[in-house]
Design a protein. Structure first.
Length: 315
């Protein structure tokens, strides 16, 4: 009798397991800073979930916070990430190395600045061997902007490559504020403003280094996502609605971002109100990055023949 009961229980469990439907998810990877603010709005307002439901797609949206583009690349390769957000240079490096990802759209432009507390520094030409520069990783947009400035100042783009420290922005802020004067941080809002309020000053401005304006963050995905037309179009629709919301409801935007970033709305209003951080789906500056990175051996010449956008009219 006991044997029959045990067999019955096992059979019941197996049937129950077979009846369970595995939930399909759409996984989205973001990084740190106000440049990713549109994603916090999309998340809070549920625009993506609504767009998926309109197309009768029973898909859960999963948001992941990752420290740098290397983490995004590895997650995409393993299939754990469907759509990621990164700056243009690391996207180009990944594309050049064979990643089948391309750009969906841009989401932001922002200030990118090298901050110091050392009173003896008036330009990057004054940097000594003991100075260390924190940034997300080699090949990041901060690294490329530093190389652009180094080439102009010293004639050698890689002049400061031996002084880099890879660190996510939140950790970099903590290290900068509590650390010695030989520690510099190449960062973005709101971490930039926090450091300026704690004894820091801008040593190098990213726009000056680049020689003009450029898109900071772009959304990317692989071929498998682009070919899943309903999912891809759902995301594009949600992104447009997000940008429309940011433009039409300033107070609502500030409330959402205040909760997401844990800053007072007044602080965020001042950070966003200076005009240095803007949001939109256009992509600007990619040709300049390609030319510089190819010339300095960071990408190959064959990249110029590759398609970089899923939709060529998105440029």
């Amino acid at each position: 009798m006991i044997t029959i009961i045990v067999i019955g229980l096992v059979f019941s469990i197996l049937l129950s397991g077979c009846g369970k439907k595995e939930e399909k998810t759409l996984s989205i990877g973001e990084q740190f800073g106000l440049a990713y603010a549109p994603l916090e709005i999309m998340k809070s307002k549920g625009f993506l979930e609504a767009a998926l439901q309109e197309r009768n797609l029973d898909i859960a949206v999963q948001w992941k916070k990752l420290g740098n583009t290397s983490a995004i690349r590895e997650s995409m390769l393993s299939g754990d990430l469907d759509i990621g957000f990164t700056a243009i240079p690391p996207f180009l490096i990944g594309r050049d190395k064979g990643m089948d990802w391309r750009i969906i759209a841009g989401i932001s432009k922002t200030s990118v600045s090298l901050v110091t507390k050392d009173p003896d520094l008036s330009s990057i030409s004054d940097l000594k061997d003991n100075h260390r520069i924190m940034l997300p990783q080699p090949g990041s947009i901060q690294h490329i902007l530093l190389m652009m400035a180094a080439e102009k100042a010293t004639g050698k783009a890689s002049a400061f490559d031996g002084q880099l420290l890879s660190m996510a922005h939140p950790d970099g802020v903590t290290a900068f504020i509590s650390g010695n004067e030989d520690l510099l941080h190449f960062t973005t809002p709101p971490y930039l403003q926090e450091e300026l309020e704690n004894g820091g000053r801008v040593l190098l401005d990213g726009r000056e280094s680049f020689g003009g304006d450029f898109t900071f963050i772009v959304g990317i995905c692989q071929d498998r996502v682009f070919k899943d037309t309903k999912v891809y179009e759902s995301f594009k629709e949600a992104l447009v609605k997000t940008m429309e919301y940011i433009e039409s409801d300033k107070d609502g935007t500030l409330r959402i971002l205040s909760e997401a970033y844990e800053y007072e709305t007044g602080e965020l209003e001042s950070y966003l109100g200076d005009g240095t951080t803007t949001f939109g789906t256009g992509v600007e500056g990619i040709d300049t990055f390609v030319e510089f990175m190819e010339r300095n051996g960071l990408i190959s010449s064959s990249l110029k023949g590759m398609e970089l956008f899923w939709e060529q009219d998105a440029k």
